[in-house]
Write a protein that binds this ligand. Structure first.
Ligand SMILES: [Cu+2]
Length: 145
């Protein structure tokens, strides 16, 4: 499963995929070494609830699901979150969508990671779109400056 690939492989996949749906561009010359943020998934919450990122940072999120439910992590801006929420509630579940470079799904007790280049300043989110979770507030606010 792609979620288990090392961060480098994920970045290569991002570059190769053309990154159509999100804010990715090609890897920039200003690329800084990655930083790792440990994130705990709970029922129903993320810890931490917010993080600060410098523009140009590649952040590797290391997720651990310590809840009893399946949880998801999807990285994107507010519009991407809304679009993904719609897709998730209209029958396009994980079986048809699959995991992508900016999304993973973790069963209880599992770990996984996503790497993301934050190449634009602004407000982004990591949301869980298991039914009802995002609307319940299961998201991380990512502020890129
Ligand atoms: Cu969740």
């Amino acid at each position: 499963m792609r979620r288990l690939l090392p961060a480098l492989a994920v970045l290569v996949a991002l570059a190769g995929a053309g990154c159509k749906a999100t804010s990715h561009t090609s890897v920039s010359p200003s690329l800084r070494p990655g930083r790792t943020v440990a994130v705990t998934m709970l029922d129903i919450d993320f810890d931490p609830a917010s993080i600060q990122v410098s523009k140009g940072d590649v952040v590797r999120f290391q997720f651990t699901n310590r809840g009893n439910l399946v949880h998801e992590a999807f990285i994107g801006d507010a519009k991407a979150q809304t679009d993904h929420e719609k897709a998730m509630t209209s029958g396009h579940d994980h079986m048809t969508m699959g995991d992508t470079a900016d999304q993973l799904t973790l069963a209880a007790g599992k770990t996984g990671q996503l790497s993301h280049l934050f190449d634009k300043a602004g407000t982004f989110y990591i949301g869980c779109h298991e039914v009802g979770h995002y609307t319940a507030g299961m998201r991380i606010l990512v502020t890129v400056t």
